[in-house]
Design a protein around this ligand. Structure first.
Ligand SMILES: [Zn+2]
Length: 108
């Protein structure tokens, strides 16, 4: 399994409420607020660690195929802000990743 597929499965699990968003957790390596999930092995797509941006870059690449790299802007929000954002996105009928993608398109 390649990285994009594994990341898509993580996003699906978050949307279904099976996995809490990374920003609601602490970085597994340094204890600050986590901003993303890190895969150590893409063949285990839901075996992920919440990490901050700097620890994730220190960890290096996971095992498995790397078909492309997606760099998303890191948006630091509180849990309250995140919940508010989720409510707005729900009204619009779009997911958090779609919203991020739109922001990237607009920034280009
Ligand atoms: Zn960290």
């Amino acid at each position: 399994m390649a990285n994009a597929k594994a990341m898509a499965l993580v996003r699906t699990a978050i949307r279904r409420g099976e996995l809490a968003p990374a920003i609601t957790k602490e970085c597994m390596d340094c204890g600050t607020q986590a901003v993303e999930y890190d895969h150590r092995d893409y063949s285990k797509p839901l075996d992920v660690d919440p990490v901050c941006h700097s620890c994730n870059s220190k960890r290096g690449k996971a095992a498995g195929e790397h078909d492309h790299v997606i760099i998303l802007p890191v948006v630091r929000v509180t849990k309250e802000q995140y919940d508010k954002l989720q409510a707005i996105l729900e009204q619009k009928g779009i997911t958090y990743s779609q919203w991020l993608r739109e922001r990237i398109e607009r920034a280009r």
